[in-house]
Design a protein around this ligand. Structure first.
Ligand code: CA
Length: 469
């Protein structure tokens, strides 16, 4: 028998882009672009200033978000791993509780019966990384090609699904953009944006990596490692070496921001739909990215490192019933906390196996006294091609960060079994927010080093990870 009591549980619209760093969002004080539609979410909701991913790379972050588990617990350590559908995810629980569920766009967790999206009434996902133009998609297991630009198409399909949903039941929709992932292909509408301006360089653009051998060893330098597909145009003749590097930066950052501009427009379309349908009050809107990105910071593109620009995820949440407009949260939030948060909001029990904690108190404006003040990070894909980033784990507190590059692949898929030096880094984020000065051997910081090593050990024990000797 159909209930006559309207279902008051919130709808959840979860929008996630791929590699969109917080410092390319207006609401986060971007120096290089404007994002009026994303800023609407922040103005009408909450901006998290310390949201971090626990493994800064696409596939593992997505697996952690879905499972509420760290990489070593859900088995998705690197880009080469898939998420087995036997692993419990929160959309399965929402669906079992009566939510209508859908995912559109980037999946990147494997294809085929064992790895296709589980727990969704509707899914239409890009194969692997997907294409920017005329993307093929797997729609409920069937391959279809959609003419047009991926960011528009992913939004169109999301809106189509919203329009044909059952309005009597709450929905949970994951709208996952491919953009602004490499190779940063903008659409025609935004292709000329910034054409006549030079965008400012970040403060650490000329980092010399002194005291940080792992940083020096990485192959993600704008000056050296961008390829012809990234740059898309022949370099003008007659530039000095410094001029060549800056030309490459402008090529890179402008195309990246053009891709972001399309996301911003399309987020606006979704927000307008919610307004027009009277759904804004009872819908939680989340905007985030699977990790951060280096936008010329440290002379780099890409992510992977535990450094701030890569570690930090944008997280904007609008939910008028519980979140004050224009609010900020400085407490630590992690991608592993997303799954329990959505279950909490939906009134669904959080499995004891989940390792994260619901962010709902933070959304309501109060930070519990025992809230996390440190976080654990681990990047497994040792010496990945082509970036050559060394595997590492570490701990970030509110003021400091300790990183251990343990120098081994440990059998992780896609990692290369070649030893690198075992090295440590310590940063004082208050004195050195740009993380240029490794203080690990500084006598003045030995107490901090000892405290953070103890905290690292405590976190590894609590989260059931195994230290590397
Ligand atoms: Ca990504």
């Amino acid at each position: 028998m159909k209930s006559t009591v309207p279902d008051q549980r919130p709808n959840i619209l979860y929008i996630m882009s791929d590699d969109h760093a917080a410092h390319a969002i207006g609401a986060y004080g971007s120096r290089i672009n404007q994002t009026p539609q994303l800023d609407r979410i922040a103005q009408e909701g909450m901006r998290f200033d310390h949201c971090f991913c626990t493994n800064s790379i696409c596939t593992p972050s997505r697996a952690t978000i879905l499972t509420g588990l760290y990489s070593h617990e859900n088995g998705v350590l690197t880009l080469a791993d898939h998420l087995d559908h036997h692993v419990l995810t929160f959309p399965q629980l929402l669906r079992a509780a009566g939510y209508q569920t859908a995912i559109v766009g980037k999946w990147h967790l494997g294809h085929g019966r064992r790895w296709d999206p589980a727990g969704f009434d509707y899914w239409s996902v890009l194969p692997d990384q997907g294409e920017y133009f005329d993307p093929p998609m797997y729609e409920m297991g069937h391959r279809r090609v959609f003419p047009g630009y991926a960011t528009d198409i992913i939004t169109d399909l999301s809106l189509d699904w919203l329009r044909r949903r059952d309005p009597e039941r709450p929905f949970f929709l994951m709208c996952h953009h491919k953009a602004p992932h490499r190779p940063w292909l903008p659409d025609a509408k935004h292709a000329q944006l910034y054409e006549d301006v030079d965008l400012p360089l970040p403060p650490t653009f000329d980092d010399d990596y002194a005291t940080r051998p792992a940083a020096e060893a990485a192959h993600m330098r704008i000056a050296r490692d961008l390829n012809a597909e990234d740059l898309k145009r022949p370099m003008p003749a007659g530039l000095t070496p410094a001029g060549q590097t800056e030309w490459k930066y402008q090529r890179y950052i402008k195309d990246y921001l053009r891709c972001v501009a399309s996301i911003d427009d399309n987020v606006g379309r979704l927000l307008d739909y919610l307004d027009a349908e009277g759904l804004s009050e009872n819908t939680m809107v989340v905007y985030t990215s699977d990790q951060g990105f280096f936008l010329g910071d440290h002379g780099w593109y890409d992510k992977r490192f535990m450094y701030e620009q890569s570690l930090k995820m944008p997280l904007l949440v609008r939910y008028p019933r519980e979140v004050a407009p224009g609010s900020h949260c400085s407490a630590m939030a992690l991608n592993v906390d997303f799954a329990p948060t959505f279950l909490d909001l939906a009134g669904v029990g959080i499995p004891e196996t989940f390792q994260g904690t619901s962010l709902r108190p933070l959304l309501g404006g109060s930070t519990p006294p025992d809230w996390q003040k440190t976080m654990y990070y681990r990047y497994w894909m040792h010496l990945d091609e082509p970036h050559h980033v060394w595997a590492h784990y570490g701990v970030r507190s509110e003021r400091h960060k300790l990183i251990y590059y343990y120098g081994e692949a440990l059998g992780a898929a896609g990692a290369h079994d070649r030893p690198t030096p075992k090295t440590w880094e310590l940063f004082d984020l208050q004195e050195d927010p740009y993380e240029l000065h490794n203080r690990y051997d500084d006598p003045a910081y030995q107490t901090v080093v000892a405290e953070l090593k103890a905290e690292l050990q405590r976190l590894q024990e609590r989260l059931h990870d195994i230290p590397v000797e």
